[in-house]
Design a binder for this molecule. Structure first.
Ligand SMILES: Nc1ncnc2c1ncn2[C@@H]1O[C@H](COP(=O)(O)OP(=O)(O)OP(=O)(O)O)[C@@H](O)[C@H]1O
Ligand SMILES: [Mg+2]
Length: 499
């Protein structure tokens, strides 16, 4: 039987998990026996890419040969050079996924359906790019799941049947911050509200600490540090030490630089405040108050920072529930989700019994709409406006159809725009256009002809939109999911050997 796997494709570290014979989610170790693998890629020759700890060290020592933190640019046109050759975040992610899948193949034999996790606030193209990367890596992937939802699923599973009511998930990793308010009933997880900050995480704390040490060095010696004198990796090590100790001494270019936990906390305090504000907004959005929250679950390595713990306690009015493996809970939850969504005939009876109580329902993380010409009665003029078809918070999967009408006689085409926004914004200037197409109409049409617009949002929070000219039945279908375009892509990374 093929094993179901869940992969947490993290900004700094990735993890892979499966469901063991007893139906429990378990982490699959990497070749070094570690539970998490650095999401770093190094080119050791023109066609060999190494992923993991060696790549992480190379990224610190010889950054031009390696790439890291590319998850932050998933779905963008940003390129990362490795030895002069450009790679997209999608390609780099697929190297990491391919490597993780190899650990799984070594450990569980046949790798079956896989689920990869993404931050809750990932935009449409970043979701798509993640699916694409998984396909390029040769994974059998049908679903992606939001990281905090996966974490919640794991916590709910672990605690057995006991959970009931509203909970919060606070996920602060290496690159992103996510907060979700969920309703849990036994193994049944429903997302009420979710928000995130795309570029807020441990990586920013490393940069801030690196800067502090550099400026302290300058103060002490009058000189500047060389770029390889106090690398990001070294800063990260000192940061982790500060979670345990009140002071650290960094040895930098034969100089001793002291940093106290208090100084570090000051450095990151604006980030923590931003996270606090987002937690408050998310609590509001869920229509609850902190007294309704029965528990707060932590995920992400950065929640080990004592100040983060204090901040969570303050915002939610209670001590969070944590586990030693905050950097594994997302992958473990993803493995559960893979089994839950997958073909149950691949499960043993014991596994089936463990999984069958699970239920997960997600809601739309953003608003989706289309731009049409409406009549502004106040100013008595035609005006472009954004109409929301799918609202943030709507249960998914869902499908919404609305009618729009052509404006003038002889109109030759209808513009088919798809917009994405974080709130129900009507002003087209403040929304992101994620698709801009056209539906051509036959000649000689009178005005006020109906065009039906349908937005269908699937389990992966990926959208399909159709614009139908009702009279002729002509249709423009926008499949905003590249994931359904099979084939070809895998060869793109197949020419590289991933080690
Ligand atoms: N003891 C610690 N103290 C402070 N930070 C820590 C500690 N342990 C791990 N971290 C930080 O946690 C981050 C990694 O956490 P995790 O693996 O959950 O993130 P990720 O999955 O890579 O990122 P994301 O989920 O944002 O994409 C790194 O920035 C790491 O330095
Ligand atoms: Mg993570």
């Amino acid at each position: 039987m093929a094993a179901f796997i869940g992969i947490d494709l993290g900004t700094t570290f990735s993890a892979i998990a499966t469901i063991d014979d007893t139906g429990r989610p378990t982490i699959i170790h990497n070749e070094d026996g570690e539970n998490i693998t650095p999401s770093c890629v190094v080119g050791t020759s023109s066609d060999v890419m190494e992923v993991g700890e060696f790549a992480r060290r190379q990224w610190g020592n010889a950054p031009e040969t390696a790439a890291a933190r590319f998850k932050r640019d998933m779905g963008s046109s940003e390129k990362y050079p490795i030895n002069g050759q450009d790679f997209s975040p999608t390609q780099l992610s697929s190297f990491v996924l391919k490597k993780l899948a190899a650990f799984a193949a070594n450990s569980v034999g046949e790798v079956g359906e896989a689920v990869v996790t993404i931050p809750a606030n990932f935009a449409h193209e970043a979701r798509d790019a993640t699916m694409e990367a998984a396909k390029m890596a040769g994974l059998n992937i049908k679903y992606i799941i939001n990281e905090p939802t996966a974490a919640a699923l794991f916590y709910a599973f672990k605690s057995g049947e006991e959970l009931g009511g509203v909970y919060a998930v606070y996920d602060l990793g290496g690159g992103t911050f996510d907060v979700s308010i969920i309703r849990v009933d036994g193994h049944d997880v429903e997302v009420l509200a979710a928000n995130g900050i795309h570029k807020l995480g441990g990586d920013d704390f490393d940069s801030a600490l690196q800067e502090l040490v550099r400026s302290k060095f300058k103060e002490a010696t009058g000189g500047d540090l060389e770029s390889d004198d106090f690398t990001k990796n070294e800063a990260e090590e000192e940061k982790k030490a500060l979670s345990k100790r009140k002071n650290v001494t960094c040895r930098v270019a034969r100089q001793m630089i002291d940093v106290s936990r208090t100084e570090f906390e000051e450095l990151i305090s604006t980030y923590i405040t931003q996270a606090e504000m987002l937690c408050e907004a998310t609590i509001d959005e869920a229509g609850i108050t902190t007294s309704d929250i029965n528990g707060v679950f932590l995920a992400g390595g950065s929640t080990r920072i004592p100040l983060v713990n204090e901040s969570v306690t303050k915002v939610f009015g209670q001590e969070p529930v944590s586990t030693v493996n905050v950097d594994e809970v997302v992958a473990l939850g993803a493995a559960l989700y893979a089994a839950y969504k997958g073909d149950h005939s691949q499960l043993s009876t014991v596994q089936k019994n463990a999984i069958q109580k699970i239920k997960v329902s997600e809601s739309a993380g953003k608003c989706f709409g289309t731009i049409s010409i409406g009549h502004n009665t106040a100013r008595d003029q035609a005006e472009l406006s954004n109409s929301i078809l799918i609202r943030k918070g709507e249960k998914i999967p869902c499908s919404v159809t609305e009618s729009f009408y052509t404006v003038y006689e002889g109109q030759e085409a209808v513009s088919c725009k798809v917009t994405e926004s974080t709130s129900a914004e009507t002003d087209p200037r403040f929304v992101k256009i994620i698709h801009d197409g056209e539906l051509v109409l036959p000649p000689g049409r009178p005005a006020q002809q109906e065009v039906k617009v349908t937005f269908a949002y699937d389990d992966n929070q990926i959208m399909k939109c159709s614009f139908v000219d009702v009279d002729t039945g002509r249709e423009t279908v926008v499949d905003l999911s590249m994931a359904s375009s099979d084939g070809e892509t895998s060869s793109e990374i197949d020419k590289f050997l991933v080690e």
